[in-house]
Design a binder for this molecule. Structure first.
Ligand code: CAP
Ligand code: MG
Length: 415
């Protein structure tokens, strides 16, 4: 089908304002490589399955071009005119839309995306970023420590607020609501936010340390905006949003609102596995992370390699590096390592990712045999030991909370 080959030009040089996408592709039977990459470029820009009587030179001029093929990868360049600045849903409807369902492809994965300065200029990026969070928290030299009360859903407002208080006094910096705890009848968002932030103030007074609540506002967009205003009203500094289940439109609206409210945004990536896990088909977490940073997540979950959820070492490290890489005016996003972490495997995490991260542990804290405060203490002790280059075994001799965690989990890697 020759019209697809019009979207392949291996001599084409992308212009500085183009967006460039890297895809991994597998053609279906009897579809040549050029036909396959032509189809991807065509269907994700302004072509279709047949020639058109309405195709004019000025329209053909802004078509995408497959310009580099290194099987199983292809790079496709997109003239900026194809996109609406500042509109991520439209970007994805183009470069991650119909193409995943084309019969001519057996598999397709959007691996990476490179934005031009002009495109990036239409986004805010993180309001605080890593430096801003360190300034806000006054935690300069160590990883930020977060936990999430477990069981993840079921606690009443009172129970949740009480556990949060005990976690803060035990030594964590951040307490978050879990990704699927929003405003169930027994834990109304407004009542809980007010109660938890009261407990936070109490814990700050008693510990002399800054403490923070990552309130999950995930809901219908107007409701998320309302919840963000309420967090601000109660003295909160952060909100949390499941940016993929909330959707990019909701996330962009929330980011604009948080600019006015001066609220930092913690991004949970629930749903990502449905797109990122299959190495042959879907969208890479790297691509999703770049979009999350562009819109303006101050923090983003990136995985652990050795925790309970999948994530290859080079991918997790690549994610961390990408969130930190210079990108015009866009601040770096703080990587969050979470998912099956417990004190016994913290040394591995810090060795792999360094200290400019947030370490988040739920079960690894709330499962400590000595209780809630001890769980928080043990997590903090494992970080202190690692930064002081003391083995956990030695450090635990004088820290019973860490010793209890090591007795229960050792250095086991949960599955
Ligand atoms: C971790 C967690 C987080 C995961 C999300 C959970 O709890 O709260 O949602 O880390 O995965 O619900 O599993 P645990 P990721 O510490 O008890 O595992 O960080 O990979 O996005
Ligand atoms: Mg969770």
């Amino acid at each position: 089908m020759s019209q697809y080959l019009d979207f392949v030009d291996l001599h084409y040089k992308p212009s500085r304002s183009d967006l460039i996408c890297k895809f991994r592709f597998e053609s279906s039977k009897n579809i040549s490589i050029k036909e396959a990459v032509g189809r991807i470029a065509s269907e994700s820009s302004n072509g279709t399955w047949t020639t058109l009587s309405t195709l004019k030179p000025h329209i053909r001029k802004i078509r995408a071009r497959a310009f580099e093929i290194k099987k199983p990868y292809v790079k496709i360049t997109y003239p900026l005119e194809l996109f609406e600045l500042g509109n991520i849903p439209q970007l994805l409807s183009s470069i991650a839309g119909n193409i995943f369902g084309m019969k001519a492809l057996k598999n397709l994965r959007l691996e990476d995306i490179q934005f031009s300065k002009k495109y990036v200029s239409s986004f805010k990026g993180p309001q605080f970023g890593i430096q801003g969070i360190r300034k806000l928290t006054q935690v300069k030299e160590r990883p930020l420590i977060a936990t999430v009360p477990k069981p993840k859903v079921g606690m009443t407002t009172k129970e949740f607020a009480n556990v949060a208080y005990r976690l803060w006094t035990g030594g964590v910096d951040f307490v978050k609501t879990d990704e699927n705890m929003t405003s169930q009848p027994f834990v109304n968002f407004y009542k809980t936010t007010r109660e938890v932030l009261k407990m936070r103030d109490k814990a700050e007074k008693e510990t002399g340390e800054r403490k923070f609540f990552l309130a999950n506002v995930t809901a219908e967009t107007n409701e998320m905006v309302k919840r963000a205003h309420f967090v601000k009203k109660c003295g909160g500094e952060f909100i949390m949003v499941d940016f993929l289940t909330a959707g990019f439109s909701g996330f962009q609206t929330l980011r604009n609102e948080c600019q006015k409210l001066k609220l930092a945004i913690h991004l949970h990536r629930a749903l990502h596995g449905s797109m990122t896990r299959n190495p042959k088909h879907g969208i890479s977490m790297l691509t999703l992370a770049k979009l999350a940073r562009l819109i303006g997540g101050d923090t983003l979950h990136i995985g652990t390699v050795i925790g309970k959820l999948v994530g290859k070492r080079e991918d997790v490290i690549n994610l961390k590096d990408s969130l930190n890489r210079s990108l015009y005016h866009i601040k770096p996003t703080l990587p969050v390592s979470s998912g099956g972490l417990h004190p016994g495997i913290i040394p591995y995490i810090l060795k792999m990712l360094g200290k400019d991260i947030m370490v988040q542990s739920g079960g690894g804290v709330l499962g400590n045999p000595l209780g809630v405060e001890a769980g928080a203490k043990a997590l903090r002790q494992s970080i202190e030991a690692t930064l002081q280059k003391v083995t956990l075994k030695i450090y635990s001799q004088k820290h019973k909370e860490l010793s209890a965690a090591l007795k229960k989990w050792g250095t086991s890697q949960p599955v």
